[in-house]
Design a protein around this ligand. Structure first.
Ligand SMILES: C[S@@+](CC[C@H](N)C(=O)[O-])C[C@H]1O[C@@H](n2cnc3c(N)ncnc32)[C@H](O)[C@@H]1O
Length: 275
């Protein structure tokens, strides 16, 4: 269980932000490769967008790309440390506004003006109370054709599996050995156990919105354990209305490894240009 309090104290306190989140892009060969190879192909139909709301930007790993795709960017994070870091990093960008919230509220966001809501690699740690709060508020925050692109947890579907290996049912040494050998998933990536893709779809519908698509993906896990999901949704009266499309993508990590192999030639860092 990753409560709002635990998220705040971890990200605002003990987490070492020295690498500003770039440590999570290593599997792709860098943040630029992950953005252009994995995120942008899924997002391109919805950008540029006049006003973007990014929920939980951390130290701005994706903000760096979103800022060039809009006229107005609103950042909301539960961690003051993260918002302060973004404020400093993007000081020259006068179209960005910054907000520390309580982990639930979007009161600071204007109604009916958000053309894209983006959250990636953050709300996977948020339990259903947080997701429900955000989704229900987004019903009034989205513009007519506005879209929300939310990466969240689906680990609830595999709860029994992960819980079994977390219990002391077998000797610790044996469990660690099985994890090292890759027989057992070494970690649950601190995913929120109360969330699943189907629950997200239910929340979206209960909020009077509709799901454009849902992609179930593995994240540092075997192809059989799709612990995450990317849900894209909008208003029912939007131009995006149509049948909800679902993709069970067991090759998400294969995609990362492939992009990582391209990064040796094409990433900014391989070209000596940072990134
Ligand atoms: C793993 S970091 C990812 C940051 C960024 N998205 C990235 O990919 O680099 C998770 C972020 O989510 C934020 N966060 C966690 N729970 C939140 C909540 N309920 N509302 C807003 N932000 C939250 C944390 O403060 C942290 O900045």
């Amino acid at each position: 269980m990753a409560t709002v309090g635990e998220n705040r104290s971890f990200w605002d306190g003990e987490y070492d932000w020295r690498d500003e989140g770039h440590e999570w892009s290593v599997a792709w060969g860098g943040a630029d490769m992950q953005w252009f190879g994995t995120i942008l192909p899924r997002l391109h139909a919805y950008v540029p967008a006049e006003t973007i709301l990014e929920i939980a930007p951390g130290f701005g790993r994706w903000t760096s790309y979103l800022k060039g795709l809009c006229d107005r960017l609103i950042l909301v994070d539960i961690s003051k440390k993260c918002i302060d870091a973004c404020r400093e990093k993007f000081a020259s960008c006068f179209h960005i506004t910054y907000h520390v919230n309580d982990g639930y509220s979007l009161d600071m966001v204007p109604d009916g003006e958000i053309d894209l809501v983006f959250s990636f690699d953050s709300l996977v740690h948020a339990e259903k109370d947080v997701i429900k709060a955000y989704v229900s508020q987004l019903a009034s925050k989205l513009s007519k054709d506005g879209v929300a692109f939310i990466h969240h947890s689906n680990i609830g579907q595999y709860e029994r599996y992960f819980r079994f290996w977390q219990k002391d049912t077998l000797p610790k040494g044996l469990i660690n050995w099985l994890k090292e050998k890759g027989v057992v998933e070494p970690t649950d990536h601190w995913r929120a156990y109360s969330m699943t893709g189907s629950l997200m779809r239910q929340m979206v519908e209960e909020a009077g919105l509709f799901c454009i698509s849902q992609e179930y993906i593995n994240w540092g896990t075997k192809p059989s354990r799709l612990i995450d999901c990317i849900t894209v949704f909008s208003r029912k009266d939007s131009k995006w209305k149509g049948p909800t499309r679902t993709f069970i993508n067991r090759d998400f990590m294969k995609e990362a490894y492939h992009i990582s192999s391209l990064s040796r030639l094409y990433s900014l860092s391989s070209l000596g240009k940072g990134g």
